[in-house]
Design a binder for this molecule. Sequence first.
Ligand code: PLP
Length: 444
Amino acid sequence: MGDNNITLGNLWLPFTPNKDFHQSPRVFTGADGMYFTTADGSKVLDGISSLWCVGAGHNRREINEAIYQQLQTLDYSTAFQFGNDRAFEAAHMIAALAPGDLNKVFFCTSGSEAADTAMKMALAYHRARGQGQRSVFIGRERGYHGVGFGGMSVGGIGGNRKLFGSAMLPHVDHLRFIHDPVNHAYINGELPVFAEDWLLELEQRLLPLHDPSNVAAIIVEPVAGSAGWYLPPKGYLQRLREICDKHGILLIFDEVITGFGRMGKPFAADYFGVVPDMLNFAKCVTNGVVPMGGVVCREHVHDAIMSVPTPAHVIEFSHGYTYSGHPVACAAAVATMKLLADEKLFERAAAMGPVLGNAVHAAIKGLPHVISIRALGLAAAVELSPSDKGVGARGYAVFLECLKHGVLVRSAGDNLVLAPAYVVEKAQIEQMVGVLAQAIKRVA
Ligand SMILES: Cc1ncc(COP(=O)(O)O)c(C=O)c1O
């Protein structure tokens, strides 16, 4: 998949085993619809909507044209002290789409920045209300909130903690990871019902330990995406909401993966019927075309911060990025949201989810080393037992084998994840599942 005409030596690839990559480079040079073109001219079916970003499929004319038009009108303008018309429009559309009174949108450029933004918002909120002692954040084991020090600290990814743990935030604790590999190894389109109350430890151990009056916020992914599509038990998120309310703790949903349609609804908050105080988004909001992230918060969070009496020149929330509300990103977001609505792509994701879930269960359950399959929304994960070469080795080998046969899947440790664009056709689902099944058999 490499090309001798491309100089490869200068680029250090993110979250990639670079030494192995250079043994056999993988280079994309084009994309359209559900397919990539590689440097050697072959086609690859994009089974993961390019890191969960490209909900509407690649190369959408409507988004491309909106970006082009924006570039000819207002290419960039300072983000501080001024707004731009497209940023107001994008914020208005996001607020209209978000559930409850999640109405105030703060833009950044990535999911990692969204995590930091939400955490800072939580601290500013409590301070504004005279509770500046609330500085403890609670995340969840194996949660992923990006690579900034805030997001890494509340995240629960071993690899990040191994290298950077010594410099992480001090006042952080973690909920237990939720997965029952014995009773709920195979889940297809419904939530597991656990006999055990998974949040008892929060109420009986973590909150008493830190004292609830010190806790600023709890942050979770409604569905743990990066770890490998691990689903919350029925009622878990509702209980989390109740516990947060009882103790004046803010609830942050990191919807960088679940937001903008992956669950067949605008947000996982809609799917689960739970409104958080802050909701982080990125990825599908611009169809992946221009980097954008953000936090949409409830009015009470915003209003508390604004209610602090300040002179006219003083900034109420000292935070922001040079590219917050970049007009080109906002033009892409506006066009993406129109496209998602015009083509009813949330509904389409909802309809194709069971097609994917059924196909994966039918073709892959019972294959060698398969220990779990979880499908919900338009995403599914197949978990393999680790090989004696170490955790992730088998998953990586299956990923490479799928690619050899023209399908891009995502390996997250020994999980193989499929999360296609919402425009995916049944035949394409069958192709990606078939290739994955064959790859699992061959690698075994
Ligand atoms: C839930 C979640 N939060 C945050 C991030 C980080 O986003 P980014 O890579 O844009 O910084 C990701 C990335 O996959 C994610 O899945």
